[in-house]
Design a protein around this ligand. Sequence first.
Ligand code: SF4
Ligand code: SF4
Length: 136
Amino acid sequence: MTNDRKEHERTPCDGCGLCCEHLLVDANFADVLREPRIEAQRPLGKKAVSLSILDASWMLAGPGYPCPFLNAEKRCDIYPTRPTTCVVFATGSSQCRALRREHGLPKLVPHLPLDGLLAEIMNEIIQEEEEGPLLG
Ligand code: SF4
Ligand code: SF4
């Protein structure tokens, strides 16, 4: 599990929509089978962003090229059937944090449930005891 993934589990998304407006978002064949509106909105072969490595993908969004499924309320119109790329994108990841910084948005505050907080404090105490005092 990466740090980004851990961060995602405890960082709530505030729905700024920046990831859907500025990051490269691709869909694969399985995504299009599950959600045919992807092909209707962004037909394969008619990409605004063209990279040979992505020729077999449906490009939904990229820098300056917002996803067509992001609605006026900054919500996803196909949320239950959104592409895998979107499902695995981690709130609080380095990309999420960088985008928010670039656009002058505040840092997201991780939500630490009390038991999680206690576990972290206990871990730190145990680690300090194992490592011994820093000074002689
Ligand atoms: S950039 Fe981060 S906070 Fe904003 S919508 Fe995307 S995941 Fe949520
Ligand atoms: S499909 Fe939905 S979650 Fe994915 S980029 Fe578009 S609006 Fe965002």
